[in-house]
Design a protein around this ligand. Structure first.
Ligand SMILES: [Zn+2]
Length: 138
């Protein structure tokens, strides 16, 4: 539980960090373009040309960074693991697994067993972890 919350906190910090970089690069590109216009008006066309190129490269870079960070966030959303609840009949051993519902806890008594009419009990609540997610590090 502790590592999970730490991981999501790190992810949030990374996207904030990325967004700050994107905004800084974008601001620099706008400044470069403004200087380019200024240099052009003054009559220094060579400097204006260089500043124009720098401005466009920086703008492209910020757009690319934004695209990269967005794709990473989308991937995380898709790969969010499900929490599963195992329900078991202690009398006959009938077992079923369903998605975690609010209010579930281990040893909670649920509806009657489909087979023997005895009450069913939650025996386990766990996070469904796929192999791909285990190796996924941000
Ligand atoms: Zn049963």
């Amino acid at each position: 539980m502790m590592t999970e919350s730490n991981q999501s906190a790190t992810t949030a910090r990374i996207s904030t960090y990325m967004l700050t970089i994107v905004l800084i690069v974008l601001a620099l590109s706008i400044v470069a373009l403004l200087f380019a216009v200024n240099a052009f008006l003054v009559g220094n066309e060579v400097v204006a040309g260089y500043l124009l190129i720098i401005g466009f490269i920086a703008m492209g870079l910020s757009a690319w960074l934004l695209f990269q960070s967005r794709r990473r966030v989308t991937n995380l959303k898709i790969e969010a693991p499900k929490i599963m609840t195992t329900i078991e009949c202690l009398k006959c051993g009938f077992k079923s697994v369903r998605e975690f519902q609010r209010g579930d806890y281990v040893y909670k008594e649920l509806d009657k067993c489909q087979k023997c009419d005895d009450k069913m009990v939650i025996t386990a609540i766990y996070k469904e972890v796929k192999e791909k997610e285990k190796s996924y590090n941000v």
